[in-house]
Design a protein around this ligand. Structure first.
Ligand code: 13P
Length: 339
């Protein structure tokens, strides 16, 4: 493959034991919702300040190896006058970019969703690359309901992920492949596992069909959990169910599995990651994170949009990153939350 050396070096920069990815790529409506919770208005400047705060957190690079940015952020600067990408590199954090354009209903398939954004993707990737992005992210979403996701929906979504990943690799950009089976609903953990297995199976089948090199991509899946309206499962149960499905579906060629947090609380997401690494210390893939909410939530609460709170917010982010780092070695304990 033409770009394989470039892709390999990006993978090497991103995949390291004890380091994870920070997802800071919320679209405008999503970040507005997050800011709303702390009564901060979402403007170009407030979004810039927030992401400046995140990426300039002293010491963050020790635990974080990649940051997923939103398109707007690529053109923004820190208070110190660097681009956000330069600030990321200063901490040895690889900058990447969310390239999908969100979901719409899948036509003629009631309840299924499909993600848009393939048209012109290669050209956009070339621009993003010039702006410093070295990897990309694309998310497909599967909602569990009585009849969904359908088999057809699962296949259509897998096809999109594989086409996206192939375009990325052809352009020298490492693809993060994100199929997210949502935890919304009252389904039990067994059903969530069945759907996740079918989804992962279809995704890897499609990646193979589209000639995607598995060694040069990162998988960003959901953990296997009971629905939010069902019950809360203990970390050991989540880890066991998740590992069972991943062992059945994810080839060992994939270097790293970086979970999304998907509505788990910050402590819950860390405890579950810890159990995963405790149960599978010799897993063939790294078991790491690509958390958005579970890394940012406590920092957002500390920030409240105020300059005088920047340092406290950065400390809150660093703490969550450090605790997740411990969880990547199976060394996280609840008591560490109070230290
Ligand atoms: P959460 O960890 O908040 O689910 O976000 C991760 C992400 O990037 C979803 O696409």
């Amino acid at each position: 493959m033409e770009y394989s050396t470039e892709l390999e070096s990006t993978i090497n920069d991103m995949v390291q034991k004890g380091r994870g990815i920070l997802a800071a790529d919320e679209s405008a409506p999503t970040i507005a919702k997050r800011f709303d919770a702390i009564s901060v208005q979402s403007t170009e400047e407030s979004r810039r300040s927030w992401r400046d705060l995140l990426i300039t957190t002293p010491g963050l690079g020790e635990y974080i190896s990649g940051i997923i940015l939103f398109e707007e952020t690529l053109t923004q600067n820190t208070d110190a006058g660097k681009t956000i990408q330069e600030a990321a590199w200063a901490q040895k954090i690889v900058p990447g970019i969310k390239v999908d354009k969100g979901t719409i209903p899948l036509a003629l398939s009631p309840g299924d969703l499909i993600t848009q954004g393939l048209d012109g993707l290669a050209e956009r990737l070339r621009d993003y690359k010039q702006q410093g992005a070295r990897f990309a992210k694309w998310r497909e979403v599967y909602n569990i309901d009585k009849h969904t996701p359908t088999k057809h929906g699962i296949e259509a979504n897998a096809e999109m992920l594989a086409r996206y990943a192939a375009v990325c690799q052809a352009e020298g950009i490492v693809p993060i492949v994100e199929p997210e089976v949502l935890m919304d609903g009252d389904h039990d953990i067994v059903h969530h596992a069945e759907v996740t297995e079918a989804v992962q199976h279809a995704v890897f089948d499609a990646l193979h069909r589209h000639h995607v090199t598995l060694e040069l991509m990162i998988l960003k899946p959901n953990m296997v959990l009971p629905g939010k309206d069902c019950r809360r499962a203990e970390p050991d149960e989540v880890a066991e169910a998740t590992l069972k499905i991943l062992r059945r579906t994810v080839p060992v060629a994939v270097p790293s599995i970086n979970f999304l947090s998907g509505g788990q609380g910050p402590e819950e997401a860390t405890a579950n990651l810890n159990a995963l690494n405790q149960q599978a210390p010799d897993a063939p893939w790294k078991l790491s994170i690509s958390y958005g909410r579970a890394l940012q939530q406590t920092a957002l609460q500390a920030w409240q949009g105020k300059t005088e709170n920047i340092s406290a917010a950065q400390q809150a982010l660093l703490k969550r990153a450090r605790l997740n780092h411990s969880a990547m070695f199976g060394g996280y304990k609840m008591a560490m939350e109070n230290s």
